[in-house]
Design a protein around this ligand. Structure first.
Ligand SMILES: Nc1ncnc2c1ncn2[C@@H]1O[C@H](COP(=O)(O)OP(=O)(O)OP(=O)(O)O)[C@@H](O)[C@H]1O
Length: 274
């Protein structure tokens, strides 16, 4: 486009030694106060993200992959700024849009009304909302259900609407947490096109998924987390291949071998990418 500069290659996000520790209190029930010595609450800590560092440039599509509880969503929430890091810093060139959080939608309202609400919440003016509406409705692909209250939608339909709304503001940095896995095949197609457009805007996309295949098909780069630590950061195909092998070995019950693969991948990553 005339007059637009190509910003590809510029750093859009820098994650510098980020850790996130959740502290929760457990073991105290109001009734247990009747029994002396039993009412003391225990504080437990979960180290969800441990000393993770990387930088991402514009035009990159980064997949965060790892097992349940490996820290993917927590890291995404820190990048989005909805969860403060316990230590370390995230520098972002513009405000990242996290699907599902930015669009604070209301179940009693129709899909159409929620488009208005979600777009206004992302900072669009009423006129911009009306201009964006046809594209949002097309991407969400809900047909006549767009006039039904959102609480009547399946979780996949809700995810589609949130994804479509989040694209309306053309954010430079888009964060997606498993949204795609809830869509059907035709939605997957449309969302893929929407993501290609986002990358053409010289944007940056993060996608969280357990599925190595999704990461491999969509992303240019992948970051593999295990117990909050960065195991590997590299080309999506290579990371997905090694993660898939690790998950397979673990599913077979060979924990020793899985640990060996984890250590090898980590060592290889340090050797190649510092
Ligand atoms: N609000 C919270 N309070 C306490 N612990 C939490 C909280 N949120 C997440 N955790 C813990 O932090 C760890 C990382 O969780 P997180 O949701 O980031 O993992 P994940 O890789 O996204 O998992 P999944 O693939 O299952 O969604 C887990 O041990 C989880 O139990």
């Amino acid at each position: 486009m005339a007059g637009t500069e190509d910003h590809r290659g510029e750093t859009s996000i820098l994650v510098d030694s980020v850790s996130l520790t959740y502290t929760s209190t457990s073991g105290s029930s109001p009734l247990s106060r009747f029994r002396p010595g039993q009412g003391r609450a225990r504080r437990t800590q979960v180290h969800a993200v441990r000393d993770v560092s990387f930088s991402v440039t514009r035009g990159e599509f980064v997949g965060l992959v790892g097992r349940n509880g490996s820290g993917k969503s927590s890291l995404l929430r820190v990048i989005a700024g909805v969860e403060p890091a316990t230590s370390g810093t995230v520098y972002a060139r513009s405000t990242p849009t996290l699907i599902g959080v930015s669009a604070a939608l209301i179940g009693e309202m129709t899909g159409s009304e929620n488009i208005t609400l979600g777009c206004l919440a992302m900072g669009l003016s009423p006129a911009e909302v009306e201009r964006a509406r046809p594209a949002v409705e097309e991407l969400a692909g809900l047909g006549a259900a767009i006039e039904r209250p959102m609480k009547t939608y399946s979780s996949g339909m809700g995810a589609r609407l949130r994804f479509a709304i989040s694209r309306a503001s053309h954010p430079e940095i888009l964060l997606i947490d498993e949204a795609l896995s809830t869509g059907d095949a035709s939605f997957a197609d449309r969302s893929r096109r929407a993501m290609d457009e986002a990358l053409e805007d010289a944007g940056t996309i993060f996608l969280v998924s357990h599925a190595a295949q999704t990461i491999e098909e969509l992303c240019t780069r992948a970051i593999w987390l295990e117990q909050g630590r960065l195991v590997m950061d590299g080309p999506a195909e290579e990371v997905a291949r090694q993660y898939r092998w690790f998950a397979h070995v673990l599913a077979e019950g060979d924990e020793e071998k899985a640990l060996g693969l984890l250590n090898d991948a980590h060592a290889e990553n340090r050797r190649q990418y510092g």
